[in-house]
Design a protein around this ligand. Structure first.
Ligand code: SAM
Length: 247
């Protein structure tokens, strides 16, 4: 049996966080699609649709979906790229097995999946017209480093969009929201995996995450242009977006 890692010790350390994240996502991969719908009351689909709508894809472009998981966003991108390609990338083998199954069931010829780490992307500089992330930046050990990597492989003028849990501006609402995530996450983790920490990771990682406005600042520092934030549900969820400068 795999040894359970200590949640707080690991996710507060740049060196140890990825080990925790990898073990957790390998554990939840078979139930990931169900959990996402359950925890978001089905709203996740609408947030992802909004993200893909915002990109305004041209049909022959190339799109990369980082931390693609089981491929929801990757397949939506591919549907809008009849003459282009959508690539999904994730570090967790279990997620990619499910994504690959879906790919063959849908016969999606313009989709490819890769197993790799966002912190060190296996692509040449200036490879993609657009890059998306769904619930990815909160999971990496170094958000600024990930943004540098993302900017490197975007083409000049390329668009970047990231959907993630966010920090509500109202302090009382924020406290209630975190408590809600702790209670529901702990219960679900215990019922499904015998380990309350499995989904308590969400509120704990959110506390350490710079949030939608912090990510916007980091994007500005990394040199993205026209950065912006769109919030949902009073700031429980947000999309960060920006563009790599033209040459
Ligand atoms: C919450 S899931 C999101 C999946 C998908 N984007 C979605 O929106 O449904 C987070 C994903 O991030 C992946 N991940 C975490 N750290 C990563 C890293 N350093 N590089 C690539 N993928 C990573 C996990 O394997 C997991 O599949």
């Amino acid at each position: 049996m795999t040894k359970r890692l200590n949640l707080k010790e690991h996710i507060s350390s740049k060196e140890k966080k990825q080990t925790y994240v990898n073990q957790m996502f390998e554990t939840i991969a078979p139930r990931y699609d169900f959990i996402t719908v359950f925890l978001s009351y089905g709203m996740d689909r609408g947030w992802k649709r909004k993200l893909v709508d915002m990109i305004n894809l041209q049909g022959d472009e190339s799109a990369l979906d980082l931390a693609c998981g089981t491929g929801d966003i990757t397949f939506s991108l591919a549907e809008r790229l009849p003459a282009g390609q959508a690539v999904g990338l994730d570090i967790t083998q279990g997620m990619l097995v499910i994504a690959e199954q879906k790919r063959s069931e849908r016969n999606a010829a313009n989709v490819a999946f890769h197993r790799a780490d966002i912190m060190s992307l296996p692509f040449e500089s200036e490879s993609f017209d657009c890059i998306t992330c769904g619930y990815a930046l909160r999971n990496v050990p170094d958000v600024a480093g990930a943004l540098e990597e993302i900017k490197r492989i975007l083409k000049p003028g390329g668009r970047f969009l990231s959907l993630d849990f966010a920090h509500p501006g109202n302090k009382i609402y924020r406290w209630l929201y975190l408590r809600y995530l702790v209670v529901v996450g702990s219960t679900l983790g215990f019922v499904l995996h015998g380990d309350p920490d499995t989904y308590r990771y969400i509120p704990e990682s959110l506390k350490l995450y710079p949030g939608q406005h912090g990510v916007r600042e980091l994007m500005n520092k990394a040199g993205f242009l026209d950065t912006g934030v769109i919030e949902f549900g009073g700031g429980i969820m947000a999309i960060n977006h920006g563009t790599k400068p033209e040459l």
